[in-house]
Design a protein around this ligand. Sequence first.
Ligand code: SF4
Length: 325
Amino acid sequence: MSVLLRIENLSVDFHTDDAVVHAVDGVDLEVHEGEIVAVVGESGSGKTVTAMSVLRLLREPPARVSADTLAFRGQDLRGLSPRQLRAIRGGPVGMIFQDPMTALNPVLSIGEQIAEAVLLHQDRRDGRAARARAVQLLALVGVPDAAHRARQYPHEFSGGMRQRAMIAMAIANDPDLIIADEPTTALDVTIQAQVLQLLRKAQRETGAATILITHDLGVVAELADRVVVMYAGRVVETAEVHALFGRPRHPYTLGLLASLPRMDTETDRLDPIPGNPPNMAAPPPGCPFHPRCPLARDVCRTERPALLDLGDGRRSACHFHEELA
Ligand code: SF4
């Protein structure tokens, strides 16, 4: 599979009056054609900021984004104009956000908004065909009575239906990459399952690679091919999904897995990771996980572990990854 998106040494700082917050610190990430890559971590780990940096969706300033490489289909994204970036968003890259209300326009009907997304990326501006395509897309994502619902406004849709409309918009132009940021977090559990199934269907229909940002390992197990675990603005482990769940090679991943409810044990006790993620305006020296890590030793407090290639597509940033094996 060829590389669709390549990020090398991405860093993002937020400059405020009081401090500089190092939200992302030297992240490398590759997404291959057609694969689903989950980026997981607690809130504040830098996963959303990483994804938003791809299409320069962060306000600069206060954000300052730097990267050695930021390339989509071999095209360098770093020097693109706002107009060129808009042409990529909603075209070859579809976006799905946690709260569709912030992405939908409250004064335009759902059908008009999807039709607009279609028209934006068409050479021939055919309004009638775009409206018909909008209805077709709404039906595809499981909105019942799509022709009627297309004339309704966002406030007339439930949260789950709005998320379906967002997915319709994201796949309107047959994207190569879908970026989904916590797409099910705001939904109740039964609707979450439906939206996950729909995401899988949308991915199959379009063949698009997907970056799935989530703090929910249940969602990861359902959908992902490969997982990137982030902590304190850095990648701490990457692995194919079954390898990560079966044999984690970083204590932070182990902690995340221990806090996941299991169907195959009698206990329903969860073991959340003790402590809190660090203050990114003043991260701890050495390994940023050391204040919370049960395996931490002296070296962890002074030396930052590099993200090492362990073979078989696995990487881990832990001085003691071999012990975990
Ligand atoms: Fe824990 Fe040390 Fe590994 Fe960091 S480097 S995860 S503190 S054992």
